[in-house]
Design a protein around this ligand. Structure first.
Ligand SMILES: [Zn+2]
Length: 305
């Protein structure tokens, strides 16, 4: 398959700095506090779930060797394939270049869908409509080589607008460009675990890495149970879920464990296009604000604990 190279090294450096700040802002203590009690056995009611993976080609390309990024993509592909999952990934336009394209291509070659995750991963709340249009259109042009199906969009940080006017402006632009927004029901801050996991690996602390991985899987299970319970209690029944994870090291190493857990709980894996037919994704978004929320929370109109 042919591909194009990204341009814009200035914006590349800008995003790298942003990611470094983002990652460094999380401490081990925060991760520990987020983790579930290991003594609690988490169980859920069998449901359906689509897997979405953000920040393709892979997280933190500035700190990741291209060979490692490619290996992350391949290992995640294997975990998905074991369960017959066709996932949807969301790519950051300015991070697509000659070094990172092999990872993106491996993901596409495995049959997964690639959607648009903006050009430079900005907070939509900081953008004008014109900037949002440019961010989306620029990545759309780059992704043209990989995109022959539906056009899917994922807002960076899940921030979809701080006022009804800005929400409507984004919707209009996405519609004009032929995009469908793909919300998330199971929101989880899983990237924070990855940051500490990388630190542990870098420090050759295998015990710490194993403990963070254990906490990570437990946290994802707890978040799944939380949002399922929220849907059942507040929306009158369960929904077809959409899970958000990132293309990073902790998922390369431990997504298989998480997917095995879903399967053992009796869950069925579906594609994003099937999930989006669930009425929950068509219900009015009652939240306008600076936070990134689960679709279930948006329908309810507020952040849950
Ligand atoms: Zn992202």
């Amino acid at each position: 398959m042919r591909f194009k190279r990204a341009s814009g090294s200035f914006w590349g450096l800008f995003a790298v700095a942003g990611f470094a700040i983002l990652i460094n802002s999380c401490s081990q203590q925060e991760v520990t506090q987020m983790a579930s009690d290991p003594a609690v056995t988490i169980s859920t009611v069998p449901s359906r779930i689509a897997i979405t993976i953000d920040d393709l080609p892979y997280v933190m390309p500035s700190k990741t060797k291209p060979a490692d990024g490619l290996q992350y993509a391949k290992t995640i592909n294997m975990a998905l394939r074991k369960h017959g999952i066709i996932a949807t990934g969301f790519a950051i336009g300015q991070q697509i270049n000659a070094e990172t394209i092999p990872a993106l291509q491996a993901f596409a070659d495995a049959g997964h869908t690639i959607g648009n995750h903006s050009w430079s991963h900005p907070d939509y709340g900081t953008l004008t409509s014109a900037q949002f249009l440019e961010e989306t259109r620029r990545t759309d042009q780059i992704l043209d080589e990989w995109n022959d199906g539906p056009r899917y969009y994922r807002f960076p940080f899940l921030r979809e607008g701080e006022t009804e006017d800005t929400k409507a402006a984004a919707t209009q632009i996405l519609t004009e460009l032929g995009y469908q927004n793909v919300p998330v029901t199971i929101d989880n801050d899983e990237w924070k675990f990855n940051a500490d996991y990388l630190d542990a690996i870098e420090g050759s602390d295998t015990n710490a890495a194993a403990e963070i991985a254990r906490q990570y899987v437990a946290h994802m299970q707890e978040r799944t149970a939380h949002f399922q319970t929220l849907a059942r209690e507040k929306l009158g029944g369960d929904v077809d879920h959409i899970l958000l994870i990132h293309l990073n090291r902790i998922n390369a190493d431990h997504l298989a464990t998480l997917l095995d857990w879903y399967a053992a709980q009796g869950w069925t894996f579906i594609t994003v296009d099937v999930a989006l037919t669930d009425p929950v994704y068509s219900r009015p978004d009652l939240y306008a604000g600076s936070r990134g929320l689960s679709q279930i929370e948006r329908v309810i109109g507020r952040k849950s604990e």
